[in-house]
Design a binder for this molecule. Sequence first.
Ligand code: TEU
Ligand code: CA
Length: 540
Amino acid sequence: MSFKEKVIYQIYPKSFLDTNQDGVGDLAGIKQKLPYLKRLGIDMIWLSPIYVSPQRDNGYDVADYTAINPLFGTMDDFDELITAAKELGMEIMLDMVFNHVSTEHEWFQKALAGEQKYQDYFILRDEPTDWVSKFGGNAWAPFGDSGKYYLHLFDVTQADLNWRNPAVREELFKVLRFWLAKGVKGFRFDVINLIGKDEILADCAENDGKPAYTDRPINHEFIQMMNKATYGADPEVVTVGEMSFTTVENCILYTRPDREELDMTFNFHHLKVDYEDGKKWTQMPFDFDKLKELFHTWGTQMSAEQGWNALFWNNHDQPRALNRFVDVDNYRVAGAKMLASAIHLNRGTPYIYMGEEIGMLDPDFESMEQYVDVESLNAYQALLAEGKTEQEAFEIVKTKSRDNSRIPIQWDSGEFSGFSKVTPWLSLGKSAKEINVAKELQEGSIFSYYQKLIRLRKEYPIIAQGSYEAFLAEDPQIYGYIRRLEEQSLLVLNNFYPQETTIELPEEFLTGEILINNYPNEKLIEKLRLKPYQTVAIYR
Ligand code: TEU
Ligand code: CA
């Protein structure tokens, strides 16, 4: 099966299922729930980092790329997980954090101790540039007492690696070969468009310095080298690059098959449509025109130039899309299905973030004490420093924090929602009694809607292979698109609002068949009425 037919499920291991009652999810927990994922119809499971790490950034600060963090279990547990998944026809995708390592990694420690060989593994300069770290503050920190500075685009404990050094590249390629040999069939590459730094680093006042270190031409060369040296030889391996602050032109280059870089890319433009002036730590209703325009631009251009998108609404860095795009007090269920259809019938490979398939919501925390994420804590302090009151700063963190999606999965209505028998590492969501897997499987309809979407992708080649074209681009409520493959076409209409609306159904679809709908099926007529958050897909 090509990566175009697959549906990938993301697990944040700390919060999936705790089997040894230490309050933290583990590999054995993932293994235990494989049948649940099979039932959903998943092909591949992406695990956020499970390696040895001080967990300052929950594993995105890696201290040893080829050892399992005891917090999650052992290498035997991992091997068992791969085998068990394989028996059920599912594969494992690992998260490779190759832009930086934890400052606890032995490479950084040896560099600090004065070993020249390892100093060349990092980006050390006599003078810092004006770049701002993505987690706040200047992106450079003193390198011991050497008088030099090392670059950290993220936390001060995440030191950027020097990919210009061939020895660094070889170390990282060795890591990929290690996991490939274990039977890993997919890689998600963390911020992989930041690895290629220019030889001379320059100040850049625009956008916190991002243009100076993002999508540099040499970045493509490094990915090509990685492809050739490792996964490129195995057509079964699926690769996805996380692209920070990228462009559609670059994503076409990263994913066009003849370029031999990656299968697909994640970009985040559609998840910034509720950022005021492009700034995350603000509050604003989402800008639907912008959302539509982004989907249409990316959909059309990737389609025309053979690029490939990773399609997603949620991940471990984003508050739940349901809370952002849907009136969840009145239309949680209809809205969850509409959002699902909007991407699962789209051109690209869909990703489901754990809990999305039951319509999980943000946790509704009551005070700052419940937050643990380094980015959220830094942002809170920065908001206070800007002059916001504690209440104002809290309200912003509450809607934007990454902890929103990182809370434990709500398995049942028990004391710790079936996640653990002890207090979990991060507070549970307030909705756990009403929204949980047990209840959803018994009487809900979101899970089965996802099952159907996944099934349709396998049954109708137009979903995986069809081209993309915008439909009703000017409509104030509808995000619509048409997929085409030879003589077939598929029209997908998504009402993003709680108000009804009417559209003109093009003649060719009057005789079509409704593939999926989140309201009882109705007749296809010229003046088609769409109910609140209705989604309907018409095939002919
Ligand atoms: O995220 C990259 C990234 O750019 C995010 O930090 C994003 O800017 C932020 O979450 C939105 O506010 C990746 C990982 O997904 C994230 O969990 C890591 O913290 C980060 O890289 C560093 O490894
Ligand atoms: Ca555990």
